[in-house]
Write a protein that binds this ligand. Structure first.
Ligand SMILES: Nc1ncnc2c1ncn2[C@@H]1O[C@H](COP(=O)(O)OP(=O)(O)OP(=O)(O)O)[C@@H](O)[C@H]1O
Ligand SMILES: [Mg+2]
Length: 358
């Protein structure tokens, strides 16, 4: 599979909202929405002058082609790491865009990419390859009866091996990667030594170890990767992502959904908050719940927003056990803050900074 295919979620030439009236870059959005989106200023607006095409930096090219909002520093680091021939590990909380950024960078480099999605039942032979028993009975153990797995395929072909959720793989599978990453070789029974061709690299993503179903990455394996940490983006960039993903032009709705979602990360009742996926889903659902009035679409009322937010956020948050855990009550408090009082949770719930020195 070509990298362009692996990452072709939005490979059309320009980034744009899907299923929406806005199919151009974010900078083509109506003024009010662009102001709301804010991040357009950083990701695409400056490239939309019509005469700048050839001068676009690689970062801007990736943003445009793959609909990536912001992430300039992270994209630059990723390109530098891969350009230096190193292996890259992207780490960060759920939904911060690790897979999106990784696939976009692989695609940008124009490299063939083999994708693997890690889980706890992934086996060593699934990664390296396996012999077909009926064929082995007829022909014995030989290259013709061996089916190369993604690791051997990537090594022999000098491709990028993209491993999504690396630390969900069992340790025995992780161990297979050690010599492949370091010495660029692998010993396989009956096949012998597999040497990596020029260009073989591994790009991996994972959630930090405290997330459910994730395991530790051995120190030895970590040591073979260069690290890129991704954290939540700011409110303006998350707004731009939600607009791009949903195509909604309802600035009030988008702002409320982004604020409610961000509040789950800051509010004392939540142990784990929702990613931007929560805001995307809230807007997408509310857009479909809203009615059509005589004069066109009705504004999304508080009740509708609450139904949408409840559906979108319940599965994406964890409440603190020590405070009487009830999602309805927690959502009431978020609504009071964000919808009734119109407050910005980034300000109202900002963690207290260090006390000034006396
Ligand atoms: N910077 C960004 N620009 C555009 N879209 C983004 C960006 N960051 C995240 N998204 C969108 O947010 C959603 C989550 O992104 P993605 O799947 O890449 O996150 P992830 O970190 O890999 O999540 P997980 O930990 O669940 O694997 C996707 O819909 C993606 O399109
Ligand atoms: Mg992912």
């Amino acid at each position: 599979m070509r990298a362009a295919e692996a990452g072709s979620r939005r490979s059309p030439p320009v980034a744009g909202p899907r299923g929406s009236p806005y199919h151009g870059p974010l900078s083509a959005l109506p003024g009010a929405l662009l102001t709301l989106a804010g991040a357009g200023r950083r990701s695409t607006a400056t490239t939309d002058t019509g005469d700048e095409g050839d001068e676009m930096t690689p970062i801007k090219q990736i943003q445009e082609r793959h609909g990536i909002v912001g992430r300039e520093d992270e994209l630059a680091t990723a390109i530098a790491v891969l350009g230096a021939g190193r292996h890259l590990l992207l780490e960060g909380p759920v939904g911060v865009g690790k897979t999106t950024v990784a696939l976009a960078v692989c695609s940008h480099l124009g490299r063939d990419t083999v994708r693997v999605d890690g889980d706890d039942r992934y086996s060593e032979s699934k990664l390296t390859g396996w012999f077909d028993p009926p064929l082995v009975l007829k022909q014995g153990y030989r290259e013709e009866t061996f089916f190369a797995g993604p690791l051997v395929d990537a090594m022999r072909g000098g491709k990028v091996l993209f491993i999504n959720e690396l630390n969900r793989m069992p340790e025995s599978v992780q161990n297979v990667l050690l010599p492949a990453l370091d010495e660029r070789l692998l010993q396989l029974p009956h096949i012998g030594e597999v040497r990596a061709a020029e260009g073989f690299q591994v790009v991996a993503t994972q959630n930090p170890v405290e997330y459910v179903a994730t395991g530790h990455l051995s120190e030895a394996l970590r040591d073979r990767f260069e690290h890129l940490a991704l954290d939540y983006q700011d409110a303006a960039e998350e707004t731009a992502i939600v607009v791009a993903e949903t195509g909604s032009d309802d600035a009030d709705l988008v702002r409320a959904a982004v604020r409610l979602t961000r509040a789950t990360r800051l509010h004392a009742r939540f142990r784990k908050g929702a990613s931007v996926r929560g805001a995307i889903a809230t807007v997408a659902i509310a857009e479909r719940l809203r009615g059509d009035g005589d004069g066109g679409r009705e504004p999304v009322g508080a009740e509708t927003l609450r139904r949408a937010a409840e559906a979108a956020l319940t599965t994406r948050v964890d409440l603190r056990d020590d405070i009487d855990a009830d999602f309805g009550v927690a959502l009431d408090e978020l609504f009071e803050l964000v919808v009734e009082r119109g407050e910005d949770p980034d300000v109202a719930l900002a963690p207290a900074g260090p006390l000034p020195k006396a």
